[in-house]
Design a protein around this ligand. Structure first.
Ligand code: NAD
Length: 436
């Protein structure tokens, strides 16, 4: 039998075995290995596997920047669109010195699975610029953003691909993107980006959505592990858009957040940190370090504390083969994308640590981005309470579904989430058929 890309299954011996990632593979290898494992569970053909493994489009652009001192620097940016089978591509824009094409590819693939898992009508994409935003003025960042937007303009739009904030970008970045796109097409297009300021069509509740979603599933996961959230303890790595909100909502739920960290260091207080005061300290100083009423600890130490809940909410690959065996948290909820390498995942599985995967745990952002896009397309705005209620419903429904699939198929939560998502994307692809 000839295997075509449109046949979901072929004889089991032609189904590809998972790529065995090296002990601590990078994000693209991790993403490929997770897909390969889902494909094996689903028994898909190698043609369908390749279709899901390869991004539909990858764009690399040079971004000439005129610096404030008059010199010119050429930066590199990317936009990767992994899949469109279920709708326009959707995904964040990252400004970080670590950005590479492989990282953006992995993040785009994870967006495809996340959107499918949460049943929002999008495919996955991601963008990035290799830049350390701390070394540039606001005016320089505005010029970088506008030039990058105009370079990728042909492939974005409310029906094509809709960027949103990620590491190193924020509401203001989205406002510049929306303005640049709108000026180029000749009319205002709020739906080209999400995570915009409310004054230009952003949604109430978007800024806190990822953190709220993380905490909805974190509280459910603690209960699942037999731990009562009120009075339990947590450590949070990353105190940015995701981590700071997660710490705040955990504290509101009665969880003692005993440690938080950022790229400059980490702090600890056994009785629980005062999160509102800490947020104020970070606003004033730019870091959690030096917060009154806390002691300094090492960034690695934070990940290995004896706590009920660990929320990595910073960058990829922080939980790896080298430290996973020393992690003492009972539950890990991935606020960041890809914080756990495949090697660490196996260790956590052996040690009975409950890991709630990124594509479920941090999906609150894309859910409310979807709500923002819906509201913008209808020019009809919801209240903050409506947004938050619908967010909670979707997060908890997805959590219950992943739990049920994991139990039924005997999979980890990550495997169950990936299998569910991959199956939905494959079904859309097979139903549409292959053109031409
Ligand atoms: P951010 O730029 O607002 O904050 C990042 C935080 O991580 C900062 O506190 C920074 O100091 C810290 N950090 C960076 N490198 C670190 C390191 N090596 N060790 C410890 N801390 C470090 O970014 P964000 O939007 O909060 O994103 C964080 C993670 O969450 C990323 O993986 C991102 O892809 C993911 N995410 C974000 C959203 C969103 O809506 N913003 C949605 C889904 C997933």
């Amino acid at each position: 039998m000839t295997t075509t890309v449109l046949s979901p299954h072929d004889s089991s011996d032609s189904v590809q075995a998972p790529v065995a990632p090296s002990a601590d593979a990078g994000p693209w290898e991790s993403a490929q290995s997770q897909l390969a494992s889902a494909v094996r569970t689903l028994g898909y053909s190698s043609g369908l596997h390749q279709m899901l493994a390869r991004p539909r489009r990858e764009l690399s652009v040079s971004i000439p920047l005129r610096r404030d001192d008059g010199s010119v620097e050429i930066l590199t940016g990317y936009r990767v669109q992994h899949n469109f089978s279920r709708g326009p591509a959707k995904g964040g824009l990252r400004y970080s010195p670590e950005v590479s094409l492989d990282e953006v590819r992995a993040l785009a693939m994870w967006m495809t699975w996340k959107c499918a898992l949460l049943d929002v009508p999008y495919g996955g994409a991601k963008g990035g610029i290799t830049i350390d935003p701390r070394n540039y003025s606001q005016q320089e960042l505005e010029r970088v953003t506008r030039r990058y937007t105009s370079e990728i303009l042909p492939v974005i739009g409310p029906e094509k691909d809709i960027p949103a904030p990620d590491i190193g970008t924020d509401e203001q970045t989205m406002a510049w993107m929306m303005d640049t796109y709108s000026v180029n097409v000749g009319y205002t297009v709020p739906g080209v980006v999400t995570g915009k300021p409310v004054s230009v069509g952003g949604s109430l509740g978007r800024a806190s959505a990822t953190s709220r979603g993380v905490v909805h599933v974190a509280l459910a996961a603690l209960r699942q592990a037999g731990i009562t959230p009120a009075g339990s303890t947590a450590a949070v790595q990353g105190f940015g858009k995701v981590g700071a909100g997660a710490a705040e909502f955990l504290a509101e739920a009665g969880v003692a957040v005993v440690a938080v960290g950022d790229q400059y260091g980490a702090i600890y207080n056994a009785a629980g940190l005062e999160i509102k005061a800490l947020t104020e300290h970070v606003r004033e100083t730019g870091s959690v370090v030096g917060f009154e009423g806390s002691e300094a600890i090492g960034s690695e130490e934070l990940l290995e504390l004896e706590v009920d809940l660990l929320v990595p909410a910073a960058v990829e690959g922080v939980l790896h083969g080298g430290n996973a065996g020393r992690v003492r948290a009972k539950v890990i909820v991935e606020g960041a994308n890809g914080p756990t390498t495949a090697a660490a995942d196996s260790v956590f599985r052996e040690n009975g640590v409950l890991v709630v995967p990124d594509i479920l745990a941090n999906a609150g952002g894309v859910i409310v981005s979807y709500f923002e896009w819906v509201q913008g397309n209808q020019a009809y705005w919801w209240t903050a309470a409506e947004v938050e209620e619908r967010l909670e419903q979707r997060m908890l429904a997805a959590w219950e579904n992943v739990l049920a699939v994991a139990a039924r198929r005997g999979l980890s939560l990550r495997e169950a989430a990936t299998v569910t998502a991959v199956e939905r994307v494959a079904e859309a692809h097979l139903t549409r058929g292959l053109y031409p």
